[in-house]
Design a protein around this ligand. Structure first.
Ligand SMILES: C[S@@+](CC[C@H](N)C(=O)[O-])C[C@H]1O[C@@H](n2cnc3c(N)ncnc32)[C@H](O)[C@@H]1O
Length: 219
């Protein structure tokens, strides 16, 4: 799995984040080498990033982030007809955003290492209700070709243990952008457990048709 570096602006768009949302206690799970935590922390936000890759130390992380950038580009090249550049404007603009995000991450992970916690779903190293909002960018559903429905349900229940609300983007499989066959069943299973679960449109599209997030909260 790639360790990628999406930016604060991309996260804002993926998750429809308002200024009020950004004032809440936020968890970025699976944060990878994203610049979101660095930028939000610089603006005074209460934010923690968690990812299993943080167990590897700064050099391994920097290498993984560089590999993530080239690996992500290869996925786009292989499936170029499944992407639209409307939101980014151009491939160059997207590359600039990612490079800036990676620089922000690299500086913050060294200078403010307490904000970056090694941990993995479906068992996070946080107490119940430690966060108001958990954001999950490009792990759940994205890698549903290797992580099954049972894993997704366990991961979401764990995120709802530590956070009042969970937002997940995107809701399609990486590369092809195919629909996730078990998404509707998973939403039904979450509702049966008593959670409020809905897919909500967002103002961002890169993989064609990937313009919704999943929002789950305590019902
Ligand atoms: C495609 S990257 C996304 C990174 C970042 N959220 C972004 O959008 O750029 C997926 C991340 O999931 C992390 N990951 C893999 N397995 C995980 C797990 N079980 N729990 C939490 N994160 C995991 C990987 O280390 C990787 O950094």
């Amino acid at each position: 799995m790639l360790v990628t570096s999406r930016s604060f602006d991309e996260y804002r768009a993926f998750f429809g984040l308002t200024d009020d949302d950004l004032g809440r206690r936020v968890l970025d799970c699976c944060a990878g080498a994203s610049g979101f935590t660095a930028v939000l922390a610089q603006c005074g936000g209460q934010v923690v990033a968690v990812d299993p890759a943080y167990a590897g130390g700064p050099d391994a992380l920097a290498r993984a982030a560089r590999d993530g950038t080239s690996g992500g580009q290869a996925i786009i090249t292989d499936h170029h007809d499944r992407f639209t550049w409307r939101w980014y404007g151009s491939p160059e603009r997207r590359a600039e955003m990612r490079a800036a995000a990676q620089r922000a991450f690299s500086a913050d992970v060294v200078g403010r290492s307490g904000g970056y916690v090694a941990g993995a779903l479906p068992a996070l190293p946080f107490t119940d209700g430690a966060f108001d909002l958990a954001l999950c960018s490009h792990l759940l559903f994205t890698w549903s070709d290797v992580l099954d429905q049972a894993w997704h349900e366990a991961a979401l229940v764990e995120l709802l243990r530590v956070a009042a609300e969970v937002r997940v983007f995107p809701l399609v499989v990486q590369g092809t952008g195919d629909d996730v066959p078990f998404l509707a069943d998973l939403v039904a299973a979450l509702r049966e457990r008593g959670y409020a679960a809905d897919t909500v449109p967002v103002g961002y599209e890169f993989q064609r048709g990937a313009d919704r997030m999943l929002v789950v909260g305590h019902g």
